[in-house]
Design a protein around this ligand. Sequence first.
Ligand SMILES: Nc1ncnc2c1ncn2[C@@H]1O[C@H](COP(=O)(O)OP(=O)(O)OP(=O)(O)O)[C@@H](O)[C@H]1O
Ligand SMILES: O=C(O)C1=C[C@@H](O)[C@@H](O)[C@H](O)C1
Ligand SMILES: [Mg+2]
Length: 182
Amino acid sequence: MNHRLGRHIVLIGMMGAGKTAIGSEIARRYGVNFTDSDAEIEAAAAMSISEIFERDGEEFFRRRETQILTRILAAPPSIVSTGGGAWMQPRNRDLIAEAGLSVWLNCDLETLWHRVRQRSTRPLLKTADPKGTLARLIDERYPVYQLADLNFPSRGGDSVEATATRLIEEIRAAYPDLLELK
Ligand SMILES: Nc1ncnc2c1ncn2[C@@H]1O[C@H](COP(=O)(O)OP(=O)(O)OP(=O)(O)O)[C@@H](O)[C@H]1O
Ligand SMILES: O=C(O)C1=C[C@@H](O)[C@@H](O)[C@H](O)C1
Ligand SMILES: [Mg+2]
């Protein structure tokens, strides 16, 4: 059923936390727009994120990420899935705070590792010890992810559908006017 969003709902969190999976499920269910900053960067560059990192480096990717986020957040409200590092930039946090509700999909190391270990699409995990890299990123990032408006624990055993339902219930309880029936 089609709904209207009062502001963007911006999902943040680690690689594999489910920003893309949960964001697209919620958007589909409520008939609202979904945008994924990683996918927009790939489309604009006509290259995969791995290729962008390889050819132009992480700094270049981060500048693109801020440009794309600026564009996404200036458009009508949508469910926005960000890249795992987007929230770490103070400029991006300011942009998100101005235009939307930030939601941290807070997920533990074992669950994240289980989800990302099979995939080779995440350049930051192309290291000799990818699980150790994931653990180090968690240590660096969780104190900053904590600054999000909503801290939503994403449980390992739950399905995407059940998690999306629980998240929407939490958002509606805390922000009753954010998602309204058209
Ligand atoms: N309860 C759940 N919540 C979220 N994802 C789940 C869940 N159970 C299984 N998954 C699977 O875990 C994966 C999560 O990956 P997804 O690409 O959505 O993460 P992401 O946060 O967007 O990562 P990235 O920062 O790399 O873009 C998906 O393949 C999804 O189907
Ligand atoms: O955690 C990160 O820094 C990243 C996560 C992905 O979503 C991509 O944005 C990219 O692989 C970097
Ligand atoms: Mg994603």
